[in-house]
Write a protein that binds this ligand. Sequence first.
Ligand code: CMP
Length: 226
Amino acid sequence: MSTAQHLRNVPIFSDLKDSDLEIIAEKMISRTYEKGQMILLEESQGETFFIITSGAVKVTRLSDDGREVILAILGESDFFGEMSLLDGEGRSANIVANENAEVLTLSRSDFLNCLETYPKIAISLLEELAIRLRKSDQHIESLSLSDSEHRIAITLIRFAQELGTIKNGEVRIKNLPFQQDIANMAGTSRETVSRTLKILEDKKLLLKDGKDLIIYNFDEFRQLFS
Ligand code: CMP
């Protein structure tokens, strides 16, 4: 697939004419990263904007006691690296390849030029940032819940939305992140995550299938815990 064809599938570029996509595509460089490779380091200077064309990355920060906390998982057609280009501060988080990943990159000046030249890109970017802010708000709210089963379920809903594929109301989360990652996100211990997954499995709400997790009825699951 050509770079311009990749861009056509990316929501923030999807409203552009083919001729404009070609112009932007010429400025992009493709890069590949292996699973586990660090792509961006928190606080480093931001010079580049990224679009994922295949694979997935995790957005992480280190807590005060050194635990890695996942803020989000981004997949195909998602972007990252825009924040430090917009506010001039250092990178707000680490980005690590969650699986082998291919990206397209744009330099800071080309990214800022794109926003000025094509307001449709700027509006789509703001829409996506609003979605991310809503998710963060929900996450902060969920951390105030005293009940750990609830916090874990909300973390699973987040992973289902970011990593899952839905078919007939059933969601499959491929390669569910480690129980320790879920625990760090939900503000609980790995043991509690293990116990809670078992309880939810006994209630026939979900199933662990190898490295995957299946939520049988995603709508019902969301209603129970949101
Ligand atoms: P930047 O700060 O340049 O580098 C780290 C990137 O992680 C950041 O831009 C965003 O693209 C991304 N990022 C930071 N926080 C979140 C979040 N809560 N959800 C999704 N992506 C994020």
